[in-house]
Every structure is written in C-alpha cells, then in structure tokens.
Design a protein. Structure first.
Length: 136
C-alpha cells in the first residue's frame, strides 16, 4: 500500500482522535470485537524500525483503537513471530489463520507418553468409584 500524503497527528489532538476513531468502530476493539471499557482503550500503530521509513509498509501509522490487553497480545505475537524465524516460512496473517484451523481440529484418541501416568491414575480412580457405587 503506497500512501502519498500522511496526516501528522499532534499529541494535543490524540485524545479526541482516539475518541472519534473508537466511535467509528462502534466502541469495539478491532481484535476482540468486544466493547472496550473506557480505561482499557489504546491507540494502536505499527512500530517503525530505527532505520525504517515512516509510512512505508504501514510503519508508524495508526491501525485502530484496541483494548490494551489485545494490543499487548498482538505485540507479543509479532515479536515471537519474528524471533521464531517463521517470517521466513509464511506471512503472519496466513500463519495465524492456519493456527486457528489447527486449534479447531479434533484431537486424536491417543494419550501422549508424558500424560500416561496421570491418565492411568485417573482410570484407577474411576474404576474404584464405580466399584464403590456398585457396593452401595
């Protein structure tokens, strides 16, 4: 996305801008899609790198108003994405869509070896409680 002209938002206008932008979002966080409590509001922007050019690839530009917790989560996801090296494999939006699909998959009916002891103990407890019910 190539932007020809950028608007310079002054610090003194920040609060009003955030309020108006939140109204245009119907009071909802763009990530959670839930109403944002007044004390949870933050104005999100794409951070620019030290040597980066503001405006290039969205660097330094505002994306929207978010719940501060969603903003923090988004920042951590971006940082981990970069640190993990997955940015070399596929774009983050595609990775997140794939992750969502994966998390919604059905589980296999196979117990992981690290969970076997716990599983076996639970089975024993279950058998004992069934026996107790029979004898009562």
């Amino acid at each position: 996305m190539k932007i020809k002209c950028l608007v310079e938002l002054k610090s003194k206008d920040l609060k009003n801008f955030r309020t108006e932008l939140l109204k245009s979002q119907k009071g909802k966080c763009l990530i959670t899609k839930k109403k944002i409590k007044p004390n949870h509001v933050t104005l999100d922007h794409k951070h620019s790198l030290k040597d980066g050019i503001v405006g290039e690839d969205g660097a330094g530009l505002i994306r929207g108003v978010l719940d501060f917790r969603a903003n923090s989560f988004e920042g951590r996801v971006l940082k981990l994405y970069k640190r993990s090296g997955l940015f070399r494999v596929l774009p983050l939006p595609l990775l997140l869509r794939n992750l969502a699909d994966y998390l919604e998959r059905d589980y296999l009916p196979v117990v992981h070896p690290k969970e076997l002891t716990k599983y076996r103990l639970q089975k024993l407890k279950s058998k004992k409680s069934r026996k107790e019910k029979i004898w009562k």
